[in-house]
Design a protein around this ligand. Structure first.
Ligand code: BG6
Length: 497
């Protein structure tokens, strides 16, 4: 039974990560090099409010071949989850997690993507991780491709710009579905395809200096191929996985507000919202929405589609929608707005919202609106598979971290999730981003921390790697143990920095 204060009994509680941001061991266990192994930490930009500062170029890959590539590459060492997974999972269990989202590193299974046989050592590693999770009663949620792929597919095909990636991806999906069919119930085909507009290297392994096509067209072309890959993986999953398995899509959901009630501004907000919902439209409904086809035509974007693609998309629709939610966005009918549809951080500042130190507007009510909007539009369950606050934390001399601001952030978002459930939205669960500090995706830095667990490590990988419980650790544990009733305890301190 639920009452107004508690979440449903089967609600999944936990945290979310990605292989390339936690595992490290980039050249161990037979793993091949990944696109993420080339992502640099650039102190001069990463420590400011900038995001997605690294785009890897073909010239970088040539330099790597010649042994001349310079830089700091934190995703190569992550937080050493590869060796410390037991300790980390024990801490998740201590918080009461019932779910843990992670990804499988594709080049750990197929080092170049092109082998005919998978790398057994890589497969065995994930067996151990899943067994450890299940032994603690934690259901894994597994993303097949979370911002990485074998670098060889970039060198050879320029990543997802080419249809040639389809065969290796579907082979990879089939391999892990077959291997883990009895261990993993929840799957996600791709992480945030909509971020291809922000970084097509991160999202789709495309280097822009090896194509003459315009960047926006490249992003949508790569996305089209990923849609096909996703649909073919869903089809394979339906054949291989048990009937109770669930395969989802995952988008970075950004609620869009018009700056004024002027109809032109409202129309612009609608257009940007359609651009964000395009990904779920295709993967939940199985076809391209007219609004995007018109957008392509109006902007002269020539996205090549082959005969038979429509059928593939129609047959490969997903069971649920996973979302990451960090912010909302405000817009108006102004010069340039048409081009901004993929922006992560809105070009207009919403005066009603505070921002994180990285300029991300904090908008818990926007999460409730998003959950309602997705449910109203699709009527399929929604799983919040990312949400959280990246902040600079201070480790005190007595080994404590007082992260009231993080408690306030998660508290306020969970209250809105509870409201959305009361509104009638089918919300499967809440997995906050980076339950343990990890390497930032956008900036490759360590000092942008999301965790309930502090990791003693700096931006250059220096430190003991020790895991330390922050104040938010016991707070989140109490929320989970009470199925949300603890949210109604003393009011947490508002976002203070
Ligand atoms: C999401 C990504 O968009 O945002 C994660 O799926 C990422 O991989 C998260 O880490 C937070 O972004 P950042 O740049 O703060 O790490």
């Amino acid at each position: 039974m639920t009452d107004a204060r508690t979440f449903p009994e089967d609600f999944l509680w936990g945290g979310a990560t990605a292989a390339n941001q936690i595992e490290g061991a980039y050249d161990e266990g037979g793993k091949g090099l990944s696109t993420s192994d080339f992502a640099r930490y650039k102190p001069e930009v990463s420590d400011g409010a900038d995001n997605f500062t690294f785009e890897v170029t073909g010239a970088d890959l040539d330099a790597a071949d010649a042994g001349r590539l310079e830089g700091v590459f934190p995703k190569r060492w992550g937080i050493d989850f590869y060796h410390r997974y037991k300790e980390d999972i024990a801490l998740f269990a201590e918080m009461g997690f019932t779910t843990f989202r992670m990804s499988i590193s594709w080049p750990r299974i197929y080092p170049t993507g092109l082998e005919t046989e998978p790398n057994e050592e890589g497969l065995a590693f994930y067996d151990k991780v899943f067994d450890e999770l299940l032994a603690h009663g934690i259901q894994p949620v597994v993303t097949l491709s979370h911002y990485e792929m074998p670098i060889e597919l970039t060198r050879r095909y320029n990543g997802w710009l080419s249809r040639e990636c389809l065969e290796p991806y579907v082979k990879f999906a089939r391999t892990v579905f077959e291997r883990y069919r009895d261990k993993v119930r929840y799957w996600i085909t791709f992480n945030e395809m909509n971020m291809n507009l922000t970084s097509v290297y991160t999202g789709a392994g495309v280097v822009m200096d090896r194509t003459d096509r315009p960047e926006r067209e490249v992003a949508y072309q790569a996305t089209h191929h990923q849609f096909l890959g996703s649909a073919l993986a869903v089809r394979a999953g339906k054949e291989i996985l048990p009937p109770d398995a669930r395969i989802g899509t995952m988008i970075n959901r950004i609620e869009v507000y018009p700056a004024t009630p002027r109809p032109e501004d409202v129309l612009q907000a609608l257009r940007e919202d359609q651009a964000n919902l395009f990904y779920t439209d295709v993967q939940v409904r199985g076809s391209y929405p007219g609004s995007m086809l018109r957008y392509f035509a109006d902007h002269g974007l020539n996205v090549e589609m082959a005969e038979g693609d429509d059928e593939i998309l129609a047959e490969g629709t997903v069971d649920y929608i996973g979302i990451s939610y960090y912010m909302s966005h405000m817009t108006a009918d102004r010069p340039g707005a048409q081009e901004d549809v993929g922006l992560l951080v809105g070009a207009m500042k919403n005066p009603h919202l505070e921002q994180t130190p990285w300029g991300w507007p904090v908008d818990p009510v926007g999460l409730r609106i998003s959950l309602n909007r997705l449910w109203d539009r699709y009527q399929v369950p929604v799983f919040i598979v990312e949400n959280g606050l990246g902040a600079i934390d201070t480790l005190e001399d007595d080994d404590t971290v007082h992260d009231d601001y993080r408690i306030a952030y998660v508290h306020d978002h969970l209250v809105q999730v509870r409201e959305a459930i009361a509104d009638g939205v089918a919300v499967m669960g809440y997995a906050s981003w980076g339950p343990i500090d990890l390497i930032s995706c956008g900036t490759s830095q360590m000092s942008k921390r999301y965790g309930y667990i502090y990791v003693d490590q700096d931006n250059y990988g220096r430190g003991s790697g020790r895991r330390i419980r922050k104040d938010s650790f016991s707070w989140y544990r109490d929320v989970i143990a009470s199925r949300g009733a603890a949210l109604d305890g003393p009011e947490p301190t508002p976002l203070g920095r």
